[in-house]
Design a binder for this molecule. Structure first.
Ligand code: NOJ
Length: 742
């Protein structure tokens, strides 16, 4: 499980690099220095006169959004051969969940709870992107996301700091490899620093107000973890954090990131976020915005040109010290040296043939398989047996749509290269059963029920209706938030109609976020929640539906019953009046004119149960796993040591299957209140049917540490509960005690 730190540079080379950076810096004019702090957008497969001139004059340090290899090579050639100092370019791109081969969206990858899979997906993304000349990706996005209305939850690794930081380390390792200078390594970027996921009301770009204690205990840990293990760059968030937009937030970018964490890589702004400081009402004009962003700690401006236009005068009038400019330029040049760009910045064309090869596709299929979550499986309807089926009705707008299955932010994937469900099911069926297909609705948002008739007709004659519904790709991702997270359009009506036929329904849901499923859950027999699984969605889903593989994904985020419950996450605080079943029942049946205080008085709603529809960590298997015999080896430990906990996991079902064994703790009393459960360990294991194994966890007290009222991160002495099980509702419990060091 442990991820080695990504060495950006061989230690012996770091002194030599520093010397090279200083030698180069000494030769640079102020304009050339400011050029290194400027990232411009590419021209989409061509080099405009203006861009050529800007590069020649040393006014550009990096380019975003150019993916045509010949064009990138030409841009690099101009920078190296035609600019005065020959400094190569950083070429950035949002390689979020794949480049040519599209892997499951990050939220789906998080559902695999597999650091290995996440690392592999990032590594292949880096191979394919670097073969196209890209040397910098703006990933991983590690904003803790607890509001499913927020479209960017799709790009996140879910609601939990421990799961997020563990997987983020693997993603960075996959992108950056052992050394950034390796041919197929690309620089990663920790984004969006920080708090973006807490946008009020789940509306993108919205204000965030996060108390420092919450910020440090929940939102910052993944950033700190990958700063410590060598992520090459950081991106400041668009959002306003406690009244100071992150892009101009000197406390965040300088006090925390530079001074406290000693982070030395460059920080980039988000797209046009520097001039947006004016829109925020935080800067008077673009010059003030350049000053505020730069002074706060943004080294590189993305897409806009406030730095190019105003940094020179801000230096000449002594608003910004040249030493600060030099420090930022050093960070950029150091990254370019670490990436080996001064040795070779251009890319050989023939490596691109390697894209989407069999190995890449098989890793994509495995990732998709392991990230699907089985939410419901009444009467073990799944897996379907080929032998028991004569006619299979495949219904829904997402069953055969190579584009939508790729999900959000999959710029470079091609729809025609996707393997759809329908195709894969045909390959599965061969001649053994017949497949009838009807979309039912033209798109996931459609309200026209003209297609219902055909869908109902094929369902009536089928043994099973496999419905592939959900959200098309554009309904999640940046700026695509939803106030209502039911199945969109007339999909619920379509389910109603198919339900009326009496044919059992297996519902496959593709979506970029948790959906509220209460209205349809009783009408379907099984639900396989597959997120947006990417290029290999079809073969992965077919394998799961027909039992070649057992589902093993687990939810990285809580599924609410209704949007009214949001925010709803497992690691809540207890409050002084926690909800309970009897209080809920009492509150739910209050007699008319009952006295205000006679029922309940608990932190819950009158009109909905306090539990989620599906809890964090939840996911069914075709098998069943029993958890017994939880043991704490050393029930009394001192701060600075380890507690060892083990459990027996038994496969008591009829399938060989994988299970994600999860360990949660509760710190019973703290100097600040602690969540009722916190994930502190997990292991994905494979067990043959009938077999048992002992799973061991070793937990250092550092993992129990949290920020107290004085913003010191410390583990505190006291009593802890520990649970191990297959989801966050795990009940198998033990205890241990932590005492102060002697
Ligand atoms: C805006 C997004 O917020 C950011 O995540 C992305 O990297 C940039 N645009 C560049 O596309």
């Amino acid at each position: 499980m442990s991820v080695k730190s990504c060495q950006q540079l061989h230690p012996l080379d770091s002194l030599a690099t520093e010397a090279k950076v200083i030698t180069l810096l000494d030769k640079m004019t102020l304009d050339e220095k400011i050029g290194q702090l400027s990232q411009l957008s590419g021209d989409g497969g061509q080099v405009s006169k203006e861009l050529r001139k800007a590069i020649k004059q040393g006014q550009v340090g990096s380019i975003i959004n150019e993916v045509d290899l010949d064009t990138i090579n030409e841009l690099q050639r101009i920078a190296i051969k035609e600019s005065r100092l020959g400094i190569p370019l950083l070429i950035g791109r949002d390689v979020i969940h794949g480049f040519n081969t599209i892997f499951p969206i990050p939220l789906a990858q998080a559902a695999s709870w597999s650091p290995e899979i996440v690392e592999q997906c990032a590594q292949i993304s880096a191979i394919e992107a670097s073969n196209s000349g890209i040397n910098w990706t703006f990933a991983p996005m590690i904003d803790i996301a607890r509001d499913p209305r927020w479209g960017r939850i799709a790009e996140s690794l879910g609601e939990d700091p421990y799961l997020c930081k563990t997987l983020a380390k693997s993603m960075v390792k996959g992108f950056q490899g052992e050394y950034l200078s390796n041919t197929n390594s690309i620089a990663a970027c920790a984004k969006h620093f920080a708090g973006y996921g807490a946008s009020e009301g789940g509306k993108d770009y919205n204000t965030t107000n996060i108390a420092e204690n919450e910020l440090r205990n929940v939102y910052l840990p993944p950033f700190k973890a990958i700063a410590d293990t060598g992520v090459a760059t950081f991106m400041a968030s668009f959002s306003d954090l406690n009244g100071v937009p992150a892009t101009g937030n000197d406390w965040l970018l300088s006090d925390v990131l530079r001074d406290e964490w000693r982070y030395s890589g460059p920080v980039i702004s988000d797209w046009e976020a520097v001039p947006q400081l004016v829109t925020h009402g935080f800067a008077f004009d673009k010059s003030d915005a350049a000053n505020k962003a730069f002074t706060a700690g943004v080294d590189i401006e993305m897409a806009s040109n406030c730095y190019l236009s105003y940094l020179t005068s801000l230096v000449s009038n002594n608003t910004i010290a040249i030493k600060k400019i030099d420090d930022s330029v050093k960070r950029v040049l150091t990254l370019k040296f670490k990436l080996g760009l001064f040795e070779s910045a251009t890319t050989l064309p023939n490596n691109q043939n390697n894209a989407m090869n069999l190995q890449h596709l098989s890793i994509a299929k495995n990732a998709a398989t392991k990230s699907c979550v089985l939410l419901k499986n009444d009467n073990q309807i799944l897996p379907l047996s080929k032998l028991a089926i004569t006619n299979l009705a495949v219904i829904g707008p997402l069953a055969d749509d190579g584009y939508e299955q790729m999900g959000t932010w999959a710029f470079d994937g091609k729809a025609h290269q996707s393997h759809t469900c329908l195709n894969a099911l045909h390959a599965y069926a061969k001649d053994s059963f017949k497949i009838h297909h009807a979309v039912g609705l033209e798109t996931s948002r459609s309200n026209h029920n003209d297609g219902f008739y055909e869908a109902i007709a094929i369902a009536k004659n089928a043994d099973v209706a496999l419905m592939v519904l959900g959200e098309e790709a554009i309904l999640s991702g940046e700026a695509h938030c939803r106030a209502n997270i039911d199945l969109p359009g007339a999909q619920e009506d379509l389910i109603d109609e198919i339900h009326k036929t009496g044919t059992p329904i297996v519902l496959v849901i593709m979506a970029g976020r948790p959906l509220t499923l209460e209205k349809i859950i009783a009408k379907v027999d099984a639900i396989l929640f597959v997120w947006h699984p990417g290029t290999m969605a079809g073969p992965a889903i077919a394998d799961l539906v027909f039992g070649a593989e057992s589902p093993s994904g687990k939810l990285p985020v809580t599924f609410p019953r209704s949007v009214g419950q949001i925010p709803l996450y497992y690691a809540q605080k207890n409050s002084g009046r926690p909800p309970s079943e009897d209080k809920y029942l009492a509150l739910n049946s209050i007699p008319v004119r009952a006295p205000q205080t006679s029922f309940g008085m608990a932190a819950t709603y009158l009109d909905i149960h306090f539990s989620p529809l599906f809890a964090f960590g939840y996911g069914l298997s075709y098998s069943q796993f029993g958890y017994t015999n939880i043991k704490v080896m050393n029930k009394l430990i001192t701060i600075g040591s380890f507690v060892e906990i083990s459990v027996t996991v038994s496969n008591i079902g009829n399938f060989t299957a994988e299970e994600v064994v999860q360990l949660y703790i509760r710190d019973l009393v703290g100097s600040v209140t602690r969540p009722i459960k916190e994930l502190k360990g997990f292991q994905r294991i494979k067990l043959a049917k009938g077999k048992s194994t002992e799973v061991k966890f070793k937990l250092h007290t550092d993992e129990l540490a949290f920020y107290n009222r004085h913003m010191e991160c410390k583990a505190e002495a006291g009593h802890f509960n520990v649970w191990i099980g297959g989801d966050s509702n795990a009940t198998l419990q033990a205890e241990f005690e932590v005492t102060d060091e002697k």
